[in-house]
Write a new protein. Structure first.
Length: 181
C-alpha cells in the first residue's frame, strides 16, 4: 500500500485524507487535537489512518514521530502540507525526514492567498527526488462580493491539483483584488 502524509489533515484537508484512503493510500495525519483526530479516524476503516499527534514546530519530536510512521507504514511518496506562517522549520524537517535517495515523492504545498509562490519555493530546500507542487487558495466570487473558500471547496481543489499534477494550481480566484474578503 502507498503511504501519504497530510499535514493539517484534521482541518480543512480532512476530505483530502478520506479521498487518499479511497485511493488505496495509508494516510498519516499530523495534528495536535485528539478530538479532531478521532473524528477523522472514525470515518474510515480501522488501520487506514495513522495519527501523528505532534506540534510540527517541535521539530525533534516531529522527526521521531515521522520516522516511526515511515518504519511502520513504509516510505512516504505523497505529502500534502498546509502549514501556518511560522511553521517553516516544521516543513523543512518534514522534507528532510521524508526524503529517501531511492524513492521519488511528491509534495503538494497548500498556500494562502497572499503567498508569493516563487519566493516560497526559493526559500525551501527541495531535494532532487522531490516533485514540488503548489496549490494556492484564493477566494470565491459570489454576486457582488468575495468570500473565503469553505473546507469542501478547498479539499475539492486540492484533490483536483493532485490529479492534475500541475506545478501550480489556484483554487478559487485572486482577482479582482478589491473583492478579496
Ligand atoms: N483562501 C481561503 O479561502 C482560505 C485559506 C485558509 C483557510 N480558510 C478557511 O479558514 C478555516 C480555518 O483555517 P485554518 O488555517 O485554521 O485551517 P484548518 O485546516 O481548519 O486548521 C489547521 C490544521 O493544521 C493543524 N495544525 C495547525 N497548527 C499545527 C501545529 N503547530 N502542529 C500540528 N498541526 C497543526 C490543525 O490541527 P490541530 O488543530 O489538531 O493542531 C488543523 O488540522 C479553514 O477551515 C478554511 O475553511 C480559507
Amino acid at each position: 500500500m502507498k503511504h501519504a502524509l497530510v499535514v493539517g489533515g484534521t482541518g480543512m484537508l480532512s476530505e483530502v485524507c478520506l479521498w487518499l484512503c479511497s485511493q488505496n493510500y495509508h494516510v498519516s495525519v499530523i495534528g495536535r487535537n485528539t478530538v479532531k483526530m478521532s473524528r477523522l479516524i472514525e470515518q474510515v476503516d480501522k488501520g487506514k489512518i495513522t495519527s501523528v499527534l505532534v506540534d510540527y514546530n517541535k521539530v525533534n519530536l516531529l522527526d521521531i514521530h515521522l520516522k516511526q510512521t515511515i518504519h511502520e507504514n513504509g516510505p512516504i511518496t505523497l505529502v500534502v502540507a498546509w502549514v501556518h506562517t511560522g511553521g517553516e522549520q516544521g516543513l523543512a524537517k518534514i522534507i528532510e525526514t521524508v526524503e529517501q535517495p531511492s524513492e521519488p515523492w511528491e509534495l503538494y504545498h497548500v498556500l494562502g492567498s497572499r503567498a508569493k509562490l516563487s519566493q516560497v519555493k526559493r526559500e525551501l530546500c527541495i531535494p532532487k527526488n522531490c516533485h514540488y507542487l503548489q496549490v494556492q487558495l484564493g477566494f470565491k466570487l459570489e454576486e457582488e462580493r468575495g468570500r473565503w473558500l469553505n473546507n469542501h471547496e478547498i479539499a475539492e481543489g486540492v484533490i483536483k491539483a493532485i490529479q492534475r499534477k500541475a506545478p501550480t494550481s489556484l483554487v478559487g480566484v485572486l482577482e479582482p483584488a478589491e473583492f478579496r474578503p
